[in-house]
Design a protein around this ligand. Structure first.
Ligand SMILES: *Cc1c(COP(=O)(O)O)cnc(C)c1O
Length: 466
């Protein structure tokens, strides 16, 4: 399997190279050069398969020659062995039509563990036996940081520097990052900074030739293809359990960077019968406007109780636009450069028509989110987190035919967001026993001014050069 950039002007890479590279050198994102496709019989053969068996079957065509079948299986067994539920991503029934797919049974209680636990092992595997050492630099509003740190702590050949805006992540989220004391983990709290400031600093580091040429920089956010690949698996796992390939299944996805829902698009491209992908946003609704009106224009980020969706630029949307626009790298590159210059763009007719065949979208405000939390609690006895509630509200409003099961992706454990959950439901969720002593653990992090000079000097002092 070969990977090409959405902007058509970067080297073609194999799976190992694309995993370690993250972003393409032309500013684009990597995608498989064509979609592998599964026959109805191949999908039917997944009935009754364990999560690991499903993962191996779904990911094999993407991995190509970069791993043997035994190696891929061993890595999946190790990654998913750390999940607290035997099904890894269990389905929970809410009513005759609606289901939750619980993606939060990993070590840090958010769906990002599903992909990052595997990515950490892939990094270690591809770097082992070589002299290479990579430096992962990332910015987080909470969930990505803790999941990436857990996945990379203590792994050979990798150092991770994670920037978070000081005082703007929840106590649980901060402690999940700062109580990991492995020597290759470096937490930086940026003073007087927002998440966007932190992300802008990371971008500036990647774009600064004198900094980026000294270190082998890598990314673990959802621009990394391997993360998306790992997320395709649970669409197959859930759909097959609910009747695929004979019966189509719909998914509602609480969306920020368009990574999770893009994995659903990939599953559909591979032949999984996906009835609809419901893209759910909070009031930060750039994706809803893009999909419903063709208007992809950046607004101002409004903070909400679903912080992982407080996003006004959705990096992975570029992958969809590329695929729907006939995979024309030059045209897409022009479209994206236009967006970068004016912070606005229109989807082409081909992109809009292509998207409307599979996607619908909805924007869920605070009241609708709280109502969904209350409905799940009162009608199904399920306490759900604010992100999941946004997905569920959109799922229920989509009014799909009654014979189509609708699966809402439950992206975070409710205990990660105790205040809004308690406000909406009266129930204060407790942290699972496996991370119950979080508040007694020692924390370690550096507080730095949010300037390029301060942060790059701190990293340069501690990072292993190329
Ligand atoms: C990251 C995250 C999302 C958004 O996922 P994307 O892949 O960025 O669309 C939704 N919910 C939670 C809890 C998250 O951590």
């Amino acid at each position: 399997m070969k990977y090409v950039s959405t902007r058509g002007n970067a080297p073609v890479l194999d799976f190992e190279q694309v995993t370690l590279a993250g972003l393409a050198s032309d500013g684009g994102l990597y995608l498989p050069e064509s979609w592998p496709s599964f026959t109805t019989e191949q999908i039917a053969a997944l009935k009754g398969a364990s999560y690991v068996d499903t993962a191996v079957a779904v990911m094999t065509p993407f991995v190509g020659d970069s791993l043997t079948a035994e190696d891929l299986r061993a890595l999946c067994t190790q990654a998913y062995g750390r999940f607290a539920h035997g099904a890894v991503t269990p389905l929970v029934q809410l009513d005759h039509q609606h289901w939750l797919l619980e993606l939060f049974h990993g070590p840090t209680l958010a769906f990002k563990d599903v992909a990052l636990q595997l990515l950490g092992l892939l990094f270690e595997r591809f770097l082992s036996g070589s002299e290479r050492h990579i430096i992962v630099v990332g910015a987080t509003s909470g969930d990505t940081g803790s999941a990436a740190i857990d996945a990379l702590a203590g792994r050979a050949g990798v150092d991770i520097f994670m920037l978070h805006p000081k005082g703007r992540v929840s106590d649980v989220q901060r402690r999940q990052m700062t109580t990991v004391l492995a020597p290759n983990v470096h937490n930086i709290a940026l003073e007087d900074a927002s998440f966007d400031d932190a992300q802008a600093l990371v971008k500036a580091m990647f774009n600064d030739p004198s900094f980026s040429s000294r270190f082998a920089l890598s990314a673990v956010n959802s621009i990394n293809w391997a993360r998306l690949m790992a997320q395709v698996v649970y669409y197959f796992y859930a759909a097959v359990r609910l009747g695929a390939p004979e019966r189509p299944v719909a998914f509602a996805v609480p969306t920020g960077n368009f990574g999770d829902v893009f994995a659903g698009y990939v599953a559909a491209k591979m032949g999984l019968p996906v009835a609809k992908l419901i893209v759910a946003t909070n009031v930060n609704d750039i994706l809803h406007r893009a999909l419903s009106e063709g208007d992809y224009s950046q607004g101002v980020v409004v903070p909400t109780p679903s912080p992982s969706m407080d996003i006004q630029v959705s990096s992975n949307f570029e992958r969809l636009l590329f695929d729907l626009g006939g995979r024309d790298g030059a045209a897409l590159s022009g479209q994206m450069l236009g967006f970068e210059a004016t912070r606005a763009m229109r989807l082409t007719n081909a992109q809009r028509d292509g998207a409307s065949a599979l996607f619908t979208s909805d924007r869920i405000d605070l009241d609708e989110m709280s109502l969904a939390m209350r409905w799940a609690c009162e009608h199904a006895g399920e306490v759900i987190d604010p992100h999941t509630a946004i997905g569920l509200a959109a799922a229920r409003r989509a009014s799909l035919p009654a014979d189509v099961p609708v699966v809402t992706l439950a992206t975070a454990h409710p205990a990660k967001f105790r205040e809004p959950v308690e406000r909406a439901t009266g129930v204060r969720p407790t942290l699972p026993a496996r991370i119950g002593d979080l508040f007694d653990r020692e924390e370690r992090y550096a507080s730095l001014p949010g300037t390029f000079e301060a942060v790059t000097a701190y990293i340069a002092e501690r990072a292993v050069a190329k």
